[in-house]
Design a protein around this ligand. Structure first.
Ligand code: MLT
Length: 337
């Protein structure tokens, strides 16, 4: 009798939890949503978060507030996000570095990109552009490579910390070209580009959404984009293959994640809001004008992001172990399934 009573009690309790959870999901969000950007304001991850956040806030009926939490190539901010209360009011914008390369570069990483998150969806693909200050002597990629090889550590390269996209992709570039610059860490590529504009920094490998406006305006120069085709946002910038470096092909990506334990209903609401943003003509134009690549179809789903993160962790693990050289076989485009 007592056992039956306890069983019924247990069922009732579970039912209560489920009722409460779905009630919470129905009323979600009940206050502004914080999106942690693990790099400085003005950089590519910040730019993508603010562009999609604008429209998502309108869909969800609550403001999306960006909180920049910098450090350790983005892993500081993501560690904070992973530990947040899983009620959907704190999410984060991760990327190829924080959720791909970081496990191979940080032995004591406090999160597992494949286990400790509820993936929401890819926000944008962001091809890599090799850029430099506008008065840097080399006129094209081959001259740049020769200049870097002959200058050694007299030239400086800026990046957003070990494990960041700019660090990881320029490691590949430097290994493939034999360049040995002085590498200068920043809290994001927003400040990297500021110092490049001020003539204090020579070159960097950055995500197109961070540099497109400057390159279009002629305030910094671009040597190559590391993709198969030129970007419609920078039609005059040659591909790495056109510039004589066919093996340097890499695209980054930025994606939204919630902490593990965030309910499926809330993840579905967030994914729906992100997808509506990516279908919105004005949002598409803002991302497109900066060279952002918008995911379509299944590439917008949380399931695709979960699988993609697992494959990126594996790919970067191999690449970094092999010493940073990326071969044709391992090139992958994040926004197409
Ligand atoms: C940023 O937003 O500053 C970048 O994503 C940093 C990087 O990973 O290069």
């Amino acid at each position: 009798m007592a056992r039956r009573f306890l069983a019924v009690l247990g069922l009732a309790a579970t039912a209560c939890v489920l009722v409460v959870a779905s009630a919470e999901a129905q009323s979600y969000p009940t206050r502004p949503i914080t999106v942690i950007v693990p790099f400085a304001a003005g950089g590519p991850t910040d730019v993508v978060a603010r562009i999609v956040g604008d429209h998502m806030g309108r869909t969800l009926g609550q403001q999306i507030v960006v909180e920049n939490v910098v450090g350790a190539g983005g892993t500081t901010g993501i560690t904070k996000g992973a530990a947040a209360t899983p009620d959907g009011h704190t999410i984060m914008m991760g990327h190829m570095g924080t959720h791909g390369a970081a496990p191979a570069l940080y032995k004591n990483l406090k999160y597992d990109p494949t286990k400790d998150f509820a993936p929401i969806g890819i926000a944008a693909g962001t091809p890599i552009v090799v850029v430099a200050r506008k008065d840097f002597p080399p006129k094209n990629l081959q001259e740049l490579i020769a200049h870097l090889k002959s200058s050694g550590d007299k030239v400086n390269e800026g990046h957003a910390g070990v494990g960041s996209v700019s660090f990881t992709t320029c490691t590949m570039f430097n290994v493939m070209t034999g360049a040995k610059p002085t590498r200068v860490p920043y809290s994001g590529t927003g400040p990297v580009i500021n110092d490049m504009l001020a003539g204090k920094l020579d070159y960097a490998c950055d995500q197109i959404v961070s540099v497109a406006t400057q390159v279009q305006g002629g305030t910094i120069k671009a040597y190559a984009i590391a993709t198969e085709e030129r970007s419609p946002a920078l039609p005059d910038v040659p591909t790495s293959a056109e510039a004589g470096m066919p093996d340097f092909k890499v695209s980054a990506w930025n994606a939204l994640f919630a902490p593990k334990g965030t309910s499926k209903e809330i993840v579905v609401k967030l994914n729906d809001a992100l997808s509506r943003a990516l279908s919105d003509p004005a949002t598409r134009k803002r991302l497109g004008d900066l060279g952002g690549v918008i995911p379509e179809g299944r590439a917008r789903t949380p399931e695709h992001l979960a699988q993609f993160v697992a494959s990126e962790v594996e790919r970067w693990g191999k690449t970094i172990k092999a010493g940073g050289v990326l071969t044709k076989k391992t090139v992958r485009t994040p926004c197409r399934t």
